[in-house]
Design a protein around this ligand. Structure first.
Ligand SMILES: N[C@@H](CCC(=O)N[C@@H](CS)C(=O)NCC(=O)O)C(=O)O
Length: 292
């Protein structure tokens, strides 16, 4: 094995602010706000504070799917939280998510605003509020929740484990890359075997389980995560995951939701903030840049 380390942990760990990782400037070993900053509140019942990472996309896809079904109560303002600039540590954001991570939602349609954080909790909250994208039959509901919580437990190995050491760490170390690649390939095989005889994660019904899993594993398989990781992982071999990823990608609400709070990629795919359905036609970055 290459990359063996001579590092011996000291008796008590010290915070080394210069560890060189891509996110070193925002990582801290303590919680809580770093500065005072009130969050903006728009005109709609639901206020989302987010960024189009896979965790953020889960929620904007759900909101666009709810609106496509005709649930006008799902109208939302999506505000951009620039996590690389530390905006998740502003006092207003920490008030609605003490964990300082996007996505976070405030529901202003309740007698006092209801805060909801953790993407899985947000998906479940919205599914129950609108009675949509979560099967009613107890056995099928249990299956949707199985996969929703599978995603919450599994994706940190993909993002914080594989993605971090394969793409973001300041130098490549074989041991963690090997360990997390093994686990991610195992997870892809779990999905592939399940999707071999199920149209969607919970069976025949598209649900919040698909919305949670697709932005991570669908994106990974389509080559959208961590440089050339799809080649490294031999993503093309997971044929049933491919079929499912393409079926979901064909949905107009998914295409819209993926653009919200996006700040990278093609300008036509970036809608930095979403306050109205017409913003998809009028306020993507290509339109804004053309008007400047
Ligand atoms: N389990 C959380 C994870 C959220 C999360 O990790 N968000 C990342 C972006 S994908 C974030 O806000 N990172 C900022 C930070 O760690 O300071 C969820 O599913 O909502």
């Amino acid at each position: 094995m290459t990359g063996e380390s001579e590092y011996t942990p000291p008796r008590v760990w010290q915070w080394n602010k210069e560890n060189g990782g891509q996110f070193a400037h925002i990582n801290r070993p303590i919680a809580g706000p770093t500065h005072d900053h009130a969050l903006p509140v728009g005109k709609h019942p639901l206020q989302l504070y987010s960024l189009a990472t896979p965790n953020g996309v889960k929620v904007t896809v759900m909101l666009e799917e709810l609106l496509a079904l005709g649930h006008s109560g799902a109208e939302y303002d999506a505000w951009l939280i620039k996590i690389r600039e530390g905006e998740q540590f502003g006092s207003g954001f920490v008030d609605i998510n003490p964990n300082s991570k996007i996505p976070a939602l405030a529901d202003h349609s309740t007698p006092t605003p209801t805060r909801v954080f953790e993407s899985g909790a947000i998906l479940l909250y919205l599914a129950e509020k609108f009675g949509a994208f979560l099967p009613v039959d107890p056995a099928r509901r249990a299956e949707a929740l199985n996969w929703l919580f599978w995603q919450m437990g599994s994706a940190p190995y993909l993002g914080g484990g594989f993605g971090h050491f394969y793409a973001y760490a300041p130098f490549k170390i074989e041991y963690p890359i090997d360990r997390f690649t093994m686990e991610v390939k195992r997870q892809l095989d779990v999905l592939d075997r399940h999707l071999a005889d199920h149209q969607f994660m919970a069976g025949e019904e598209y649900s919040i389980a698909d919305m949670a899993i697709w932005p991570w594993y669908g994106n990974l398989i389509a080559g959208g995560l961590y440089n050339d990781s799809a080649t490294f992982l031999e993503a093309h071999t997971y044929t049933h995951v491919h079929r499912w990823q393409q079926e979901i990608w064909a949905r107009p609400a998914v295409k819209r939701g993926r653009k919200v709070n996006r700040v990278v990629g093609k300008p036509a795919d970036q809608l930095h903030e979403r306050h109205d359905a017409s913003d998809f036609d009028l306020k993507t970055q290509d339109k804004i840049e053309a008007a400047e």
